[in-house]
Design a protein around this ligand. Structure first.
Ligand code: ASP
Length: 351
């Protein structure tokens, strides 16, 4: 899909790259790659920003974080950052993770309150701690120690949406005791779909390095403390700098029990295209989905999960389980080296 041009910038580079992995050589541009980025449909501004920064010579991780910060700051996107829909108590709890391909490091925060840019805090967890994941109160204290200011993340609009849910409240995430005979039937999420939403963004930079980020307010009206797939490395995002990157939006629980994003990268390692790899994990999720409350009458999952992927060659693609959830044609955002645009994604089950 995209051609890639590699060249040695200077004669000495051969000897140097033999001793160190070429990707971590500071300021040595040994490879020139056409920049590529993919994201969820809500990432048009994010992808454009990321590509602009990559063209300016920035590392893919810095670029994708700056991209998703636009969506975290946007009060009108009620699935991410400021204005994200709150938990069942009306408190916004954010999850985010970053992964840096060239150094194979990652950082994440979960159930973080009062800080609107969890992706920036996730990056600091990666860079300024010996850990990968900080949660709740500890994550907040860490963010404050690094100068982040606490603020109320609930907007009038997200509070209103929460209030309407609370007033009617026929659905939440509490389940009765499991009954082997019915396999939990009676709690069909299909009958009252809850809003989900997230932004994932992966990018390939001019050095041929790949990084990604996923950031979200998670499932709306969740049980306080619920953590989805987004901040879990291997579930909501994953990068292998020699293979590619993948990330996801949609029902996080399905990704947590299928380690979905690392599987997408592994499918690409086996030779599948990004789109085929995304379809393959959708099939795996559907095969593993046993609980009656999560299945339609014909056995298909009654939820959706979407995947976005790119590989080292600059190929990209996306796929989801179904286009059958009244949300319109499933789309994703990609920059193919020339333009940033929304594109239809592949799906496993057609309506
Ligand atoms: N994957 C996110 C979560 O489960 C939500 C979403 O993407 O809609 O927290």
């Amino acid at each position: 899909m995209t051609t890639r041009r590699s060249f040695l910038k200077q004669a000495g580079a051969v000897a140097v790259t033999a001793a160190f992995p070429k990707q971590v050589l500071p300021n040595t541009l040994v490879t020139e790659t056409i920049p590529i980025a993919v994201s969820s449909a809500n990432g048009v501004a994010a992808v454009s920003k990321a590509i602009e920064m990559i063209r300016g010579g920035k590392d893919a991780l810095e670029a994708v974080i700056a991209g998703v910060n636009i969506v975290e700051d946007d009060p009108n996107d009620n699935s991410v950052g400021y204005g994200g829909l709150p938990n069942e108590d009306g408190v916004v709890e954010l999850d985010a993770a970053v992964m840096h391909g060239p150094t194979h490091r990652a950082g994440a925060v979960a159930s973080l309150r009062n800080i609107k840019n969890p992706s920036k805090v996730a990056r600091l967890v990666m860079e300024r701690t010996d850990h990968v994941l900080l949660v709740g109160e500890g994550a907040l204290r860490f963010a404050k120690a690094h100068g982040f200011k606490e603020e109320d993340l609930l907007t009038d609009s997200s509070r209103e949406i929460w209030l309407r849910w609370k007033e009617k409240r026929t659905d939440d995430d509490w389940l009765p005791e499991y009954d082997e005979k019915t396999r939990g039937i009676g709690r069909l999420i299909e009958s009252h779909p809850r809003q989900t939403g997230t932004i994932h963004c992966s990018a390939l930079d001019l050095r041929g390095n790949i990084s990604c980020v996923t950031t979200t307010s998670g499932l709306s009206f969740k049980i306080p403390g619920r953590v989805g797939d987004s901040p879990i490395i291997g579930a909501g995002l994953y990068v292998d700098n020699e293979v590619g990157s993948a990330g996801s939006t949609g029902r996080g629980e399905a990704n947590l029990v299928n380690c979905s994003s690392v599987m997408v990268v592994e499918f690409m390692r086996q030779g599948k295209s990004p789109e085929q790899a995304c379809l393959e994990i959708c099939k795996r999720i559907a095969d593993h989905n046993k609980m009656a409350r999560l299945r339609m009458d014909d056995g298909r999952p009654n939820f959706n999960v979407k995947f976005y992927a790119l590989n080292k060659k600059g190929e990209f693609g996306a796929a989801c389980i179904t286009n059958d959830l009244k949300e319109g044609e499933p789309m994703y955002t990609a920059h193919d080296g020339k333009t940033t645009k929304l594109r239809p994604m592949a799906y496993l089950y057609k309506k």
